[in-house]
Design a protein around this ligand. Structure first.
Ligand SMILES: *[C@@H]1O[C@H](CO)[C@@H](O)[C@H](O)[C@H]1NC(C)=O
Length: 427
């Protein structure tokens, strides 16, 4: 962006200019009035792979759903249904969606993909967070069950199977990066396609061919907080959330790799930054009154803020080096967001101030497109083009399966005894 080379006096002047510019900008940025709802349709959206956001997956793939003993899914949910409401809930809603989906086949012989409904993020601590310790054992047990009950797992050792793994660090099944890396992806999932929220390039917990999904955020709840689309965006940069995690990272620097602490220390007194660690009841409304919404990494690179920012038309400011964004082959993240390197956080003010007003407007117009919002939401019931459809589109684009997916009779590639000893205990 070149903003980094500016002397700070010029940066300060630029900030003043932005503060002045934005009143005008905000009026101009108001989406079209409601008597012209059609207008949105004509905003052109192109992802890296072309205009694929509105693709219809039906007819492009067939999915077979394994019928599992209830202990792998329903009993976990009955034991603690808080997992229906947390940001990992895509694991459950994907199952409900597929059961009723037109891509479902009852005939495994004609299936392109096999899906195992297992709710590992439903095994919760008292505080309501997914327990990391038993998740790999539950998953391993589920795979043993399908491999023993049907012939399809052994045919490919999972290469035509997909699994939801919306844990913080995906199929590494841990919330702390060091532990997640130590553990690595559950060896039995090595050949499978992982549908996960975690995405970071060149990371042990990111397997090639994975599909990165948005975290679950309740669409009805967000809908209930919508304010008039003409409301001016009078907040320049907005953030609510932790800057430090004293409980888990008392010395600082490990949580968010220090990026959130740096945001706070550098800009807590800057009037253009509306930031606090307290979530107000007007959180969703505030995002609709903001131009930029900061989306820094936390323990993992992803957070629900990404989804909320898109839904509320607030330009996401993505501070998470090497993040792999949800449905990046369909959602043009480069066009709707601003990316800031973690090391550049001290210059965040001048970087945001130097985004040209016409770029701000263009990003806001793209964000206003219903197709964009649809793609990051898991609607109940599902809607065309929503996140469920984007997952199916991702799976359809991986067909036909690569050479080598189907093993020779008797051929074995995976080692059932690989992994941590604690993971090998029965569940
Ligand atoms: C699949 O292979 C495993 C051994 O790796 C075997 O125990 C199991 O019975 C096989 N499944 C079927 C359905 O033949």
């Amino acid at each position: 962006m070149g903003a980094g080379t500016r002397p700070s006096a010029i940066a300060a002047a630029a900030l003043l200019a932005v503060a002045a510019c934005c009143a005008a900008l905000l009026v101009a940025a108001a989406p079209p009035q409601s008597h012209q709802p059609q207008q949105h349709k004509h905003v052109r959206i192109s992802g890296n792979a072309g205009d694929v956001l509105e693709d219809d997956p039906v007819g492009k793939l067939k999915v077979f759903i394994y019928e599992m003993p209830r202990k792998y899914n329903h009993y976990l949910l009955e034991k603690d249904n808080r997992c229906l409401y947390h940001m990992f809930a895509a694991e459950i809603f994907m199952h409900q969606f597929l059961l009723a989906s037109a891509v479902r086949t009852m005939n495994p012989e004609e299936a392109d993909w096999f899906y195992t409904p297992v709710y590992v993020t439903c095994d919760l601590t008292q505080q309501g967070f997914p327990l990391p310790f038993r998740a790999p054992r539950i998953m391993r047990s589920a795979i043993q069950y399908i491999a023993a009950t049907w012939p399809y797992w052994n045919r490919t050792e999972g290469a035509d199977h997909f699994f939801l793994a919306p844990h913080d660090f995906g199929a590494c099944f841990h919330y702390q990066e060091e532990r997640a890396i130590e553990r690595g992806i559950l060896p039995l999932l090595r050949r499978a396609t992982l549908v996960q929220t975690f995405g970071q390039r060149n990371h042990v917990c990111m397997q090639e061919g994975s599909i990165t999904i948005p975290p679950y955020a309740n669409p009805q709840k967000m809908q209930a907080h919508l304010i008039s689309p003409g409301t001016p965006r009078s907040i320049f940069a907005y953030f609510r959330g932790l800057f430090y995690d004293m409980g888990n990272d008392p010395e600082g620097g490990y949580y968010a790799r220090g990026a959130r602490a740096s945001v706070w220390e550098n800009f807590k007194d800057n009037p253009l930054f509306d930031m606090s660690s307290e979530h107000p009841s007007t959180y969703y409304e505030d995002m609709q009154r903001a131009i930029f919404c900061l989306c820094p990494l936390g323990w993992a690179p992803w957070s629900p803020r990404l989804v909320e920012a898109v839904v509320f038309g607030c330009i996401p400011v993505i501070i998470a080096d090497d993040i792999v964004l949800p449905f990046a082959d369909a959602i043009p993240w480069e066009q709707i967001s601003v990316f800031v390197a973690e090391a550049d956080v001290p210059r965040l003010d001048s970087i945001l101030a130097s985004v040209a007003p016409e770029d701000v407007l263009r990003k806001q117009r793209l964000l206003a497109s219903p197709a964009m919002k649809q793609a990051v939401l898991f609607h109940q019931p599902a809607r065309p083009g929503d996140a469920f459809d984007q997952v199916l589109n991702g799976l359809a684009r991986k067909l036909p399966h690569r050479e080598g997916a189907f093993l020779k009779p008797g051929q074995k590639v995976l080692d059932w005894n690989a992994g941590l000893d604690s993971d090998l205990k029965p569940w």
